[in-house]
Structures are given as structure tokens and as C-alpha cells.
Write a protein that binds this ligand. Structure first.
Ligand code: NAD
Length: 398
């Protein structure tokens, strides 16, 4: 079976789906690895390093034709989409939820599309494949580093002949994977850290990292399904913003990481809360998105300074800003998933398996993922899937 790594072409994307260490592991399992020339350049992985690990370097045109499975970090770009053929597998963080048209397009090509951002995270055997967690860890670490770099004062307590600097007071809002990593990193830099989440069960984790958990009196627990938060009601949202504003005003640095699945990120730092912060304060908004973020007015990839001197950093793709570490971790995730799916030299789909049901979006020309309408949505007939070295069936999808 031939597995091909494409060069990412999305703006600002510097990661690569496999690194030489993962190539060696996959080769030992009998897979042939093709790498698009220059695929690892932005992550400081040369074509030579891939070759030494046993991969073949190929041009993009050959790669699409030859591959049984194409692996990537994000979505296939238009050129890759145009070259897809029935029976081929495509693996990446395809983010199909909320974009049924994209899922239908993939189904129309006849590929088996597998999305790493949908790995069922609570399954113990899926932990090594959990790309959301690996990339969120990197993002949380980088958010704290970015905040420290932007802040015009010290994070740690510093006693010198030229004076004493008090430690920075850092507030982390949202204590999932990224938030906890941000807390740990800010603590290691010497800051005094407080944190808040609508899921009170995260309190012990915050405290184990040396942070102080803030409990709001005006908003009750809002734990939702699967370990995620539920969306707040309008009244809860207002009460949360008002009570949080008092805490925000007392901190030098705020790092926001709050997300609710399938919703725009909740607004936690309002315009009024921003005005209450001292000049020189810093906010890093990891929730910044085109739809709006955790902080009023933040934009992904943009830094603004408010009239009262607060620097608001709208985080873009923080994992991409650490491409070597992020690629190495992602490569471990995607190679674990590949090794799980490959049986007797070909990628085998079994939709009776809960892990596979969680990640397989399209199969044999249909959208099969339960969150995208399951097997009910038919696409244009893609032709017959190829079985040799391609996608075999084991367990019915329809
Ligand atoms: P996420 O990125 O969806 O959200 C980040 C945090 O924002 C969450 O902690 C959430 O509670 C919080 N949040 C949402 N709305 C908020 C609001 N209005 N105010 C304050 N905070 C708000 O979360 P995540 O990091 O992906 O983690 C989600 C869950 O998945 C957690 O329970 C985590 O422990 C769990 N998880 C489990 C495993 C595993 O079992 N192997 C692996 C990874 C994550």
C-alpha cells in the first residue's frame, strides 16, 4: 500500500503530516511512503531526511495517481481534490462538521475520507491518534510564551540590585487541554496563575498545576456532553461576562481558550472589561475566529492595541508557528491511525467499529458519518472502488 504525503498549501500552514521517524515506523509495517518534494521544508524536514528514512520523493502530479492513501494536516487543496479517484483514502484534519457541502464533494470523488479532528477522544485506544489534543497542547504552550513575549514586564518574581519585579498575574479562561498547558507554561515562567472554566470538574487539574481556580457565584456548572461545555443561556452569558470583568481588571495577562463544540466561541472579555484593564496588559485570544472570539474585537492573526493600552493578540494557528514539534506529534497521531486501519496491506473500513464510525466521513461515494446525516446522503456515482492496495470493505456501511 502506498501512502503519500502532500505539501500543505493553506496560507500560513507550515506543518507536514509525516516526519522521518513516522516514515520508518510505517515502512516497518510494510507501507511504501511517497513524499511530495519540499513537503517538509517549512518544518525543517528536508527531502533528504525523508529519503534516508526510506521514503521516495515524488512530484505532486505523480503522487496523486500513485497513492492508495493521501495524508495531510488540513483539507486537500483544489489541485489534490481534482486528482482524487474512487477507492483512494484521504486522511487529515478535514473539519467537515458544519460544512455538509464539503463532505458531499468528497463523497462525489469516491474517496474514503477520514478526519482526525473527529477521533472519539474518550476511547483509550484512540489516545495516540488524538490530533486535537496534541495540537491543543502546543497551542496552549505557545499562547503562554506569546503572552510573556508581548508583556512589557517580567513573568517571574525578580529581585535584583536594580529593583524588585513582582510576578505577573495571569488569568486563563477555559481550562481544557490548551488552557491547562497554558497554565503549566505560565507557572513554569514564574507567573501567579488563576483560571476559570464553566466545567467545575477542572478545578483539581488547575490546582495540581499550581493555579488558583476561580468560582463564579452568578453562573452554575455548564458541563455538556462528552466532557465538553454546553452553550450558556443569554442570562448566564451576561452574568458570566459581568462577574468575569471584575477578575479580568485585576490581572496583567489574560489567555482565553474557551470553545463550545459546533458554536462560535463564547465572548468572555467584553469591550467594557477591556477598558477596565491597566495599560500594558496583554490578552492572547486563542478563541479568535472569523466568526468572533473570546475577546471583543479580536481577529485571528492580528494584534491590536486598545485606546487604553491593552494589547490584544488574536491567535492564528499557534501549532503552525511551532511546525517541527507540531508535525512530529501530528505524525505520531496519523501513523497510529493508519496502522490501526491497515490490515493485510490495505486500508480496511469497518463501520461497525466505534472508532472508525467516529472518523470515517465518506465511503464508497456516500457521506457515512452520523453527524453529517449518516449513509442517507447519496452523492454522484463515483465508479467502483478499487480493492487492490486500496480501500477494502469489512462491515457494511449501508
Ligand atoms: P474545548 O477546546 O472544546 O474547550 C476549551 C474549554 O473551554 C473547555 O474546558 C470548556 O469547558 C471551556 N469553556 C467553554 N465555554 C466556556 C465559557 N463560556 N466560559 C468558560 N469556559 C468555557 O475543550 P478541549 O480542550 O478540547 O477538551 C474538551 C474535553 O475533552 C475535556 O473534558 C477534556 O478533558 C476531554 N478530553 C478527553 C480526552 C481523553 O479522554 N483521552 C482527551 C482530550 C480531551
Amino acid at each position: 500500500m502506498k501512502v503519500a504525503v502532500v505539501k500543505e498549501t493553506a496560507p500560513g500552514e507550515r506543518r507536514v503530516a509525516l516526519v522521518p521517524e513516522a516514515v520508518t515506523k510505517l515502512r516497518a509495517a510494510g507501507l511504501e511512503i511517497l513524499v511530495e518534494s519540499g513537503a517538509g521544508d517549512d518544518a525543517w524536514v528536508s527531502d533528504d531526511a525523508f529519503t534516508e528514512a526510506g521514503a521516495s520523493i515524488v512530484a505532486r502530479e505523480e503522487l496523486s495517481q500513485a497513492a492508495d492513501a493521501i495524508v495531510m494536516v488540513g483539507r486537500p487543496d483544489e489541485q489534490v481534490m481534482a486528482g482524487l479517484r474512487p477507492g483512494q483514502a484521504v486522511l487529515g484534519m478535514l473539519t467537515p462538521l458544519g460544512d455538509p457541502d464539503f463532505a458531499q464533494r468528497l463523497a462525489g470523488t469516491g474517496v474514503t475520507a477520514i478526519s482526525l479532528d473527529l477521533i472519539p477522544r474518550t476511547l483509550p485506544r484512540a489516545q495516540s491518534m488524538d490530533a486535537l489534543t496534541s495540537q491543543a497542547n502546543i497551542a496552549g504552550y505557545k499562547a503562554a510564551i506569546l503572552a510573556a513575549d508581548t508583556f512589557g514586564r517580567f513573568f517571574p518574581l525578580l529581585i535584583t540590585a536594580a529593583g524588585t519585579a513582582r510576578p505577573a498575574r495571569v488569568l486563563v479562561l477555559g481550562t481544557g487541554v490548551a488552557g491547562l498547558q497554558a497554565i503549566g507554561t505560565a507557572r513554569r515562567l514564574g507567573a501567579v496563575v488563576s483560571a476559570y472554566d464553566v466545567r467545575p470538574e477542572t478545578k483539581t487539574e488547575v490546582e495540581s498545576l499550581g493555579g488558583t481556580f476561580i468560582e463564579l457565584t452568578s453562573v452554575g456548572p455548564a458541563s455538556g456532553e462528552g466532557g465538553y461545555a454546553r452553550a450558556l443561556t443569554e442570562e448566564e452569558r451576561q452574568a458570566q461576562q459581568d462577574e468575569l470583568a471584575g477578575h479580568i481588571a485585576r490581572h496583567d495577562v489574560v489567555i482565553t481558550t474557551a470553545q463550545v463544540p459546533g458554536r462560535r466561541p463564547p465572548l468572555l472579555v467584553t469591550g467594557d472589561a477591556l477598558k477596565s484593564m491597566a495599560a500594558g496588559s496583554v490578552i492572547v485570544d486563542m478563541g479568535a475566529s472569523a466568526l468572533g472570539g473570546n475577546v471583543a474585537g479580536s481577529q485571528p492573526g492580528e494584534t491590536v492595541v486598545t485606546e487604553n493600552g491593552v494589547t490584544v493578540v488574536g491567535a492564528g494557528s499557534l501549532p503552525s508557528s511551532m511546525p517541527a514539534a507540531a508535525s512530529a506529534m501530528y505524525a505520531r497521531n496519523i501513523s497510529s491511525l493508519l496502522l490501526y486501519l491497515v490490515k493485510d496491506g490495505s486500508l480496511t473500513v469497518d463501520l461497525s467499529d466505534d472508532l472508525q464510525r467516529g472518523v470515517v466521513i465518506t465511503y464508497e461515494g456516500r457521506v457515512v458519518h452520523p453527524s453529517l446525516g449518516g449513509a442517507t446522503q447519496e452523492a454522484e456515482p463515483p465508479g467502483q472502488p478499487e480493492s487492490a492496495g486500496g480501500t477494502d470493505v469489512d462491515g457494511a456501511s449501508d
